[in-house]
Design a protein around this ligand. Structure first.
Ligand code: PMP
Length: 353
């Protein structure tokens, strides 16, 4: 090994879901929304003046921050925006998890947490979810350097009630607690309601799922002004122009159409509930999802084999070859037509088993 090679930072990167190309494929593998963004987003894109691209964007993303503050009835000083919630979460890890005590997050959760902890050399421990994939609050009632968990959790889809989040906060007045609400709009209860009482709470949300804008990359955090100030200090020490101008404009535009947002999340919830019934009829078992995906296994069928058979037919779902997860498939909720094709395949596959 060359001497300079020894100085290269070694990390095991996060592996995102596949982005296969093709017209006819059914993509149920990365929790994207099958419906387009609000119609106003398309209009704003068409009306965009490219001359504005000559200049740097507003580093504070004021139009988007103000629109989000209105949307969530908080002050603009309580909002931090980033390039997808991955960017917001990475900044939050760097800013807030700066202790010698271990950061705590569940063993089965968003796999990026471990990657950021390693990258930023944050000590961490991963208490095991119980047999039903529930977070055991007792595991978080001890000394720690911070807490993060998604609610609903991924990839299980299980949501905890607000009373659970509040208990977590009551047990941890000396830690920053981050609730990653990437999937909250599909049936979870947002911890935004607790922000006034808990200055150590940071809630993170995204435009990638419920707002159908994964490709534009917008995420945000809501918290007390002191947490948001700390996040901004780190962000401005790293890259001031994170969010480009089109994202700022299109994000603010998306927030104007509440009726569209409600209708499209409602459609996905209804499709999900129908999918649960179909999966049950076919013998699958799964935690009761409040997200836009279902994490299911079939007692008689190998998940890996089924994953590959689906892929052969251009139906993509997510498979994790990992301890505790390898018997499951994570199935994103698509349109009714997509789910119909998915179920038609499953019925035929199970019939010949
Ligand atoms: N949190 C969770 C729990 C997720 O599943 C995802 C999606 N991969 C994200 C955050 C990040 O999403 P985005 O960066 O698109 O906002």
């Amino acid at each position: 090994m060359k001497i300079w090679e020894k100085n290269i930072r070694k990390v095991v990167p996060y592996v995102p879901g596949e982005q296969p190309k093709g017209e006819k494929l059914i993509k149920l593998n990365t929790n994207e929304n099958p419906y387009p963004p609000a119609p106003g987003v398309q209009r704003a894109l068409q009306e965009m003046d490219c001359d504005a691209f000559r200049k740097y964007p507003d580093p504070a993303a004021t139009i988007l921050v103000e629109a989000l503050a209105r949307e969530h009835s908080v002050k603009p000083e309580q909002i931090f925006v980033g390039v997808g919630s991955d960017d917001v979460l990475a900044m939050a890890f760097l800013t807030f998890f700066n202790s010698d005590k271990p950061l705590l997050f569940p063993d089965v959760t968003y796999s990026f947490y471990k990657v950021w902890a390693d990258l930023f050399q944050i000590p961490y421990e991963t208490p095991k979810l119980d047999e039903e994939f529930r977070i055991r609050i007792e595991d978080y009632q001890r000394e720690n350097g911070g807490i993060i968990f998604p609610n609903p959790n991924a990839p299980t889809g299980l949501a905890e009630p607000l009373s659970f989040v509040e208990e977590m906060l009551k047990s941890n007045p000396d830690s920053i607690v981050i609730v990653d609400e990437a999937y909250v709009d599909f049936g979870g209860e947002s911890a935004i309601a607790l922000l006034e009482q808990y200055e150590n709470l940071l809630v993170v949300q995204t435009f990638s799922k419920s707002r159908s804008m994964a490709g534009i990359r917008i995420g945000y955090a809501i918290g007390s002004p002191s947490l948001i100030r700390a996040l901004n200090d780190v962000k401005y020490s790293y890259n001031s122009y994170t969010m480009n101008l089109p994202s700022q404009i299109l994000g603010a535009e998306a927030l104007k159409d509440r009726a569209y947002f409600e209708a499209s999340t409602h459609k996905i919830i209804q499709t999900r509930e129908r999918a649960k019934l179909r999966l049950k009829e076919l013998g699958f078992v799964f935690p009761d999802s409040s997200a836009n995906f279902i994490f299911a296994r079939h007692p008689q069928v190998s998940a890996e084999e089924l994953f590959l058979a689906l892929k052969e037919k251009q139906i993509y779902v997510r498979y994790f070859k990992q301890e505790r997860l390898s018997e499951y498939l994570r199935i994103t909720i698509g349109t009714d037509e997509e789910m119909e094709q998915f179920f038609a395949f499953l019925e035929a596959y199970l019939a010949q088993k």
